[in-house]
Design a protein around this ligand. Structure first.
Ligand SMILES: [Zn+2]
Length: 123
């Protein structure tokens, strides 16, 4: 998917709407300062429209980009898992405890034949 940047007209409209202030923290911006940001990032389906754009200061933009990247990565993981594009790692299985010789003998014990219910009297 190619990244859709704001066109010049949209960018100008967003800058005009901001009226020289950061639209996030309200910091006063000099002319030419500030960056046009995608409110909903492109990677998550955000369109390059006036409604999805805002003029924010450099500090806010760096912060916003960091959180965007986190949510984009998360969306990627969720998608990969649901489409089974990535097979989750298998759990490490225990080999179990080593069976000692004594314990093995106990397990393979041969049962005794059943006792007779009565004994013949010896005369
Ligand atoms: Zn700001």
């Amino acid at each position: 998917m190619s990244r859709l940047e704001f066109n010049r007209k949209t960018k100008a409209a967003i800058i005009a709407r901001a009226a020289g202030k950061c639209e996030k923290c309200a910091a006063v911006l000099k002319k030419g300062e500030g960056e046009v940001d995608h409110v909903l990032p492109c990677a998550l389906g955000g369109e390059p429209t006036i409604a999805n754009g805002r003029l924010i200061c450099r500090v806010c933009h760096v912060e916003k980009t960091a959180t965007d990247i986190r949510s984009i990565r998360k969306a990627d993981r969720v998608r990969d898992k649901s489409t089974r594009a990535v097979v989750p790692k298998q759990k490490i299985r225990s080999q179990g405890f080593a069976v000692s010789e004594k314990a093995e003998r106990r397990q393979t014990k041969v049962p005794l034949p059943p006792r007779p219910l009565y004994r013949e009297e010896l005369s």
